[in-house]
Design a protein around this ligand. Structure first.
Ligand SMILES: Cc1cc2nc3c(=O)[nH]c(=O)nc-3n(C[C@H](O)[C@H](O)[C@H](O)COP(=O)(O)OP(=O)(O)OC[C@H]3O[C@@H](n4cnc5c(N)ncnc54)[C@H](O)[C@@H]3O)c2cc1C
Length: 479
């Protein structure tokens, strides 16, 4: 199978890149499980856009401030300056954001934004609506249930990938490959991500010597309902706090103001740490309260969250819901330039949550990630079309390393516990060394390839966290 362009991942980044590549190119989109099992599908709150040209400097400023001095300013500028263009492109192609009755676009506000500039769709189902729309308009073939387990590289040029498809290993060749495989959620015990998101592509990068950057920067969401079964937890969108939901302890005390004068509207890392600290000190249960909301408005504005919580037995907005922080978003990723190019390998690109353009710095501003997926996917698509990488000549053989071993399942759970205990919201040197030791021990024991890739990514997160000794953004060192 020889393609012009191979896209790994069918979330917002992969699908919007595909939409920007004409059908005279032979393109294949590969994704790991079912096409909708991706973080894009679960995105609730919305997508940021500069409201107009006058709002661009303020959007840039908010993004840089959230990023705590670690953003690549050029990337942030590109993100904001291109935002209206990609949003208009989606609308021109027929996508409908939520509007008022007179057709005016409805903008909302989320934490650390200085203006109402978040567009949403389906109330609180923005990701699902965008994903469905992009799937419907996708002009290229897709191979689902195919997991990429290796890259084929010849003399510094990408030649294709090895996949696991229907239990068999196969080689797929391409002149250019775009990695749009998302973040690392499944490495953590509690997370909000799709189960297909486990950092295996980042693990292949480590193995091939392809640079990852800012891997210590992992974002935790403060308001997650932990009560449901399963590792993936129900997120309670930032937009709820933006529009008036309160965080309180079991006595109704709004303790967040003891930590930051912005209270519920402080950036999510500050809120996550405050929850973590308050719970540790007081042992009190923490709740999200919706009592300020009008009942009809709440059900209309947050139809999915409201239905999910009612399914779990809560009479919202009257009832408050117990919450905790959980892993949410990988800021760090595969280092790229502003066109998504992965410097060390010709023909290789990375976009979306898998990539690190430096746009989020040390902390991602709420709802900037769907926008990042759109903006950099389009730039990468244009760069790929101008890329002259040709087919490789070398012949490759299918790998022989075992993919799974019997003990992998328990080790995978162990890895999740390690990452949650030592490499989550508050980190210590001692804890990080403990994590490294345990991860190394697993890497030195017999493991299947799929677990090995997770371990390599986890190791990279721990090593980056150890290197950054100061607290900054989402990376918080207690000692
Ligand atoms: C619950 C939740 C709510 C969120 N809310 C918002 C929000 O309101 N606004 C916002 O801006 N952002 C939000 N985010 C973040 C945002 O949704 C993601 O950052 C973004 O959708 C990532 O898009 P992506 O295309 O990079 O990756 P994804 O959408 O995660 O897609 C990754 C794709 O890669 C495939 N893949 C992974 N590994 C492999 C492999 N080895 N082989 C083959 N395919 C592979 C997967 O199958 C999938 O198709 C939210 C995230 C979550 C989890």
């Amino acid at each position: 199978m020889q393609y012009d362009i191979l896209i790994i991942g069918a979330g917002v980044a992969g699908l919007y890149a595909a939409l920007n590549i004409p059908t005279d190119k032979k393109v294949l989109i590969v994704n790991k499980t079912r096409p909708w099992e991706c973080n894009t599908y679960y995105a609730q709150g919305g997508v940021t856009t500069a409201r107009n040209d006058a709002d661009i400097p303020s959007h840039i400023q908010d993004t840089l401030e959230a990023g705590a001095g670690l953003c690549n300013e050029a990337a942030v500028k590109v993100l904001s300056e291109t935002s209206q263009e990609v949003i208009h492109d989606l609308i021109a192609r027929g996508f409908r954001f939520d509007t008022a009755e007179n057709g005016r676009l409805l903008y909302t506000k989320e934490a650390a934004h200085s203006a109402d500039r978040i567009l949403h769709a389906g109330g609180d189902a923005t990701g699902r609506y965008i994903h469905h729309f992009l799937l419907q308009h996708n002009p290229h073939p897709m191979l689902a249930n195919a997991t990429v387990i290796d890259f084929l590289i010849e003399d510094g040029q990408i030649c294709g990938v090895e996949v696991l498809y229907k239990g068999e290993r196969k080689l797929i060749f391409a002149n250019q490959v775009i990695l749009a495989s998302g973040g690392v959620g499944s490495l953590y015990r509690f997370h909000t991500n799709a189960y297909s998101i486990s950092g295996d592509i980042q693990g292949i990068c480590v193995e091939k010597g392809i640079a990852l950057e800012h891997m210590e920067m992992m974002q935790f969401h403060p308001t997650v309902y932990l009560g449901n079964q399963g590792v993936r937890k129900q997120l309670l969108s930032e937009a709820l706090r933006g529009e008036g939901a309160h965080i309180e302890d079991e006595d109704g005390y709004r303790f967040l103001f003891d930590y930051d004068s912005r209270g519920e509207l402080a950036p999510r890392d500050i809120v996550s740490r405050a929850l973590f600290d308050y719970r540790k000190r007081t042992k009190k249960q923490i709740y999200l309260s919706f009592r300020e909301f009008d009942t009809d408005y709440f059900h209309r504005r947050f139809p999915n969250i409201s239905a999910n919580l009612r399914d779990m037995g809560y009479d919202v907005p009257k009832d408050r819901v117990p919450i905790s922080p959980a892993f949410h978003y990988a800021i760090g990723g595969i280092k790229t330039d502003l066109d998504g190019h992965v410097g060390s390998v010709k023909g290789l690109y990375a976009i979306g949550e898998a990539a690190s353009t430096g746009v989020h710095g040390a902390n991602r501003l709420a709802s900037n990630s769907l926008l990042e997926g759109l903006v950099f996917a389009r730039r990468a698509a244009h760069a790929v079309l101008a890329d002259s990488s040709n087919a490789c000549h070398q012949s490759f053989t299918i790998g022989t390393e075992p993919l799974f071993l019997e003990e992998d399942k328990e080790k995978k759970e162990q890895l999740r516990r390690i990452m949650w205990q030592y490499v989550s919201i508050v980190r210590t040197t001692e804890g990080l060394h403990e994590a490294l030791e345990q991860i190394d021990a697993m890497l030195n024991s017999p493991v299947g390839r799929l677990l090995k890739l997770r371990l390599l990514t986890a190791r990279e997160i721990v090593q980056s966290a150890l290197k950054r000794t100061e607290s900054i953004g989402v990376h918080y060192r207690e000692a």
